[in-house]
Design a binder for this molecule. Structure first.
Ligand code: PMT
Length: 400
């Protein structure tokens, strides 16, 4: 697949070399086209090294135009991806102007165009940007993200560029190109995020899970060519493009959603922090405060992971263990008790595990284990998916 990757001038441009690697490892040829301001954030030397092609930036570069003109580039592209896409580049595309090489290619191409916006959250929510997003979507341009989270400016909100893995997977999925990855053609069901167990119409019991780990696993599996179904509790994250997302609230709903899709799954990964207990009954009206103390009767929620592992034709089943102490010992206990193929142990508590961009984990299986030092959840997810694929195929070949 031929990708024209447009890079415009935002701080997220520092992720562009990683994005190029993610596209190339899936078999794409990448031709980078930068805007003038992109070069303030990332050097053309780095981009040329990772893409293996000279960078194009100037519409009036006679030598480059003689080799492949802007019109040829526009025809060469199977997809034009702009990542990061600034508010300015979105506005320029909306206006239909062609003041530079990138916008000229956008006008001249018949290939699908995808933008991964990245900007300060106030700029993203500005009426002008939202109106531009609306126009672009109506014209059939794909808008990937943005994600929600902490931003380079120190503020938090919607405007973060999606992770390179998620963008690369989305680009392949929107063009229908098959990713030649480790999990090509495999169905992977993943749970992510917390659950909410209602007490009354206004209150619920929940936990600190943000869904970041599970969403990163979903993107990493899609990046390896899997057909991913992501069953998500309530989270504040953008849906990973190209992935089927089923939204649920409670443990019971997550259980039902899982069993609705699990029948033909090859792999099940339970990254969700599912409630173990829920209120025995949901009070119909808001509970009024009366006494100094009150008791809440709780009953067990269904254990989704154990129920999947116990299916007569269970998929390759991977659990997570979130522990504050005796992490490995407790995780190994869960591996055995729930009859899992693999479990990923991670410590949770102050400054680790929940609601962070990084994580530290140890994968455990019957006769072994492998530790993963602290790294971003997307890097960890990539490594975990490779490990899961390796064990999945080992079990498969032992079964046949
Ligand atoms: O979402 P983040 O903020 O990124 O944080 C990531 C994480 C810490 C939530 C994640 O890495 C993680 O550890 N997920 C599992 C959390 C958990 O519920 O662990 P547990 O040890 O209580 O449960 C063990 C396993 O059983 C888990 O795979 C869980 O999904 C599953 N389970 C638990 C209870 C239940 N009723 N049904 C289940 O399927």
């Amino acid at each position: 697949m031929n990708v024209v990757l447009g890079i415009s001038g935002g701080i997220a441009a520092y992720k562009a070399p990683d994005l190029v690697r993610r596209l190339r490892e899936r078999g794409a040829d990448v031709q980078i086209v930068t805007t003038a301001s992109a070069e303030e954030f990332v050097t053309s030397t780095a981009l040329q090294a990772v893409s293996g092609r000279p960078i194009r930036s100037n519409l009036w570069d006679k030598e480059a135009e003689a080799a492949m003109s802007h019109i040829e580039l526009a025809r060469w592209a199977d997809v034009v991806l702009i990542a990061p896409a600034t508010a300015e580049v979105m506005a320029r595309i909306v206006s239909g102007g062609a003041p530079d090489l990138l916008t000229t290619i956008c006008l001249a191409t018949e290939a699908p165009i995808a933008l991964a916006p990245a900007m300060n959250h106030v700029m993203w929510s500005n009426q002008a940007t939202q109106a531009n997003r609306d126009v672009l979507e109506k014209r059939g341009i794909h808008i990937l993200g943005p994600g929600i989270g902490s931003q380079a400016c120190g503020e938090t909100g919607a405007g973060r560029m999606l992770e390179p893995d998620a963008i690369a997977a989305a680009v392949f999925s929107l063009t229908g190109a098959q990713i030649d990855g480790l999990l090509k053609g495999r169905k992977v069901v993943i749970t992510a995020g917390p659950t909410r167990e209602a007490i009354d119409p206004v209150r619920y019991i929940t936990n600190r899970s943000s869904g970041k780990m599970g969403y990163a696993i979903a993107s990493a599996a899609a990046a390896q060519g899997a057909d991913v179904v992501l069953i998500s509790g309530p989270v504040n994250l953008a849906e990973p493009p190209g992935i089927e997302v089923i939204k649920v609230e409670s443990a019971q709903q997550m259980y039902e959603a899982t069993h609705n899709v699990i029948r033909d799954a090859d792999i099940f990964i339970a990254a969700a922090a599912v409630a173990d207990y829920r209120p025995a009954s949901v009070v119909a009206q808001k509970i009024k405060k009366k006494d100094e103390a009150m008791r809440l009767e709780l009953v067990r929620c269904p254990d989704i992971l154990a129920s999947v592992a116990a299916l007569p034709t269970a998929p390759f089943t991977v659990g997570f263990a979130a522990e504050t102490d005796k992490v490995i010992e407790y995780a190994r206990g869960k591996l055995e008790k729930k009859k899992l193929d693999l479990i990923i142990a991670n410590r949770v508590g102050d400054n680790c595990g929940f609601d962070r961009d990084d994580n530290t984990a140890t994968a455990l299986w019957q006769n072994g284990e492998q530790s993963f030092p602290t790294c971003s959840k997307s890097d960890l997810a990539r490594e975990l998916i490779e490990l899961v694929a390796q064990h999945f195929y080992a079990v498969r070949s032992a079964d046949t």
